[in-house]
Ligand binder design. Structure first.
Ligand code: AKG
Ligand code: FE2
Length: 364
């Protein structure tokens, strides 16, 4: 079933809305889900009543962008891992992260390193992913050892550990090629479905109110006001907002507008130079402006969870709402980024590193 968030013709809505009404009643009556077709079962099992209610009462014009949840900010914000002094976040930085939902930029790689890496990424931009069997920006860390080595840089892992804990997994990465004169990536946020499909969550945190995942976004080109640096609505990570289907904005193939009130002074644009990174929670509303220049803006990200968060569990494939295509997860697995995985909740695939990469880095 294609549940891409778009405004459907009236006749389709007139069919889908009563069906969703029946599914909500089915859920409320705790009727057996094992007899239902897979996609229908997923909706009955995974959707909260508030998700059904919003879609039904709006006649399929509004929906939560992701699983509804609120973020509980605690009074004291301790660092969650002991790290070497050079990587230690100050109390001010820790507080700022929890207050705003993002932190950075931090230095990780030199602009010279990024120049070389940029050429490599551009050369592989249109090549078929050995992991998925088609051209996709998803998960370059499985097939490009340099990407994996960059992700494992202590500059990154030691900062993230203080926010998420000592034992960390990467479950997804992506490169972002924003071409010359290309449109914005509109405001969005995510919790557990991770804007991938609307049937199953991708990640399964034990407590939705906690910080259960972070994104690390690394600039390969300088990201500027002109070519579309990342932008955040500070403090918006408290709750997941609804979207209105339709509108002018487009996020890949979907078409929606996020519903939220904010003041202009809550918008923070974060220009960075090549080799710097930003850490943020995907719950914080973010996006990036249009690229108005004649050159590209390249970046890559990774999604990090503590080892007590399961990912995909038994899921074998998913249909990406935004990137398009059916992804077989046969060759996918979580990759240990730092510490140890005592929980072993998900399938594992440890990417290869470049030969002698850690020795090289230590020597540098
Ligand atoms: O690269 C961008 O402009 C958007 C990145 C983003 O949304 C993400 O990394 O979650
Ligand atoms: Fe995002």
């Amino acid at each position: 079933m294609n549940l891409a968030p778009k405004l459907r013709p009236f006749w389709q809505r007139a069919i889908i809305v009563p069906v969703l009404g029946m599914l909500m009643i089915y859920k409320a009556l705790h009727l057996p889900t094992s007899i239902l077709p897979r996609d229908i079962k997923a909706i009955v099992k995974n959707w909260h009543y508030s998700q059904f209610w919003m879609v039904i009462t709006s006649f399929l014009t509004r929906a939560y962008i992701d699983e509804p949840c609120t973020f509980r900010v605690s009074e004291t914000i301790p660092s969650k891992a002991d790290v070497a002094p050079e990587f230690q976040l100050s109390d001010e930085q820790l507080n700022s992260f929890y207050k705003n939902g993002f932190l950075g930029p931090f230095d990780a790689f030199s602009p010279e390193e990024m120049t070389e890496f940029r050429e490599e990424l551009l050369a592989s931009e249109n090549s078929v992913s050995p992991t998925y069997g088609f051209v996709t920006p998803r998960d370059p860390h499985f097939d490009n050892p340099r990407v994996w080595d960059y992700m494992k840089s202590a500059q990154i892992t030691e900062r993230v550990a203080q926010l998420l804990g000592p034992d960390l997994l990467v479950w997804r990465s992506q490169h972002f090629y924003k071409g010359p004169k290309s449109p914005s990536i509109q405001w969005h946020q995510a919790s557990t479905f991770m804007v991938e499909d609307y049937l199953d969550p991708a990640i399964f945190p034990k407590n939705l109110d906690e910080m259960f995942q972070l994104t690390v976004w690394v600039a390969v080109d300088d990201a500027t006001h002109e070519n579309g640096c990342l932008e955040f609505i500070k403090g918006s990570h408290e709750k997941i907002c609804p979207i209105n289907f339709g509108g002018d904005d487009g996020f890949y193939r979907a078409n929606f507008t996020l519903e939220f009130d904010y003041n202009e002074d809550q918008i923070v644009k974060v220009p960075v130079r090549a080799g710097q990174f930003i850490i943020f929670t995907e719950r914080c509303i973010h996006g990036s402006g249009p690229n108005t220049t004649d050159s590209h803006r390249l970046a890559f990200n990774m999604r990090v969870v503590p080892t007590d968060v399961a990912v995909y569990t038994d899921k074998e494939k998913y249909r990406s709402v935004y990137n398009g295509g059916k992804y077989s997860l046969k060759k996918w697995g979580v990759s240990l980024l730092r510490g140890e995985d005592k929980h072993q909740l998900s399938r594992v695939r440890q990417p290869e590193s470049l030969p002698n990469s850690s020795e090289l880095r230590r020597a540098a």
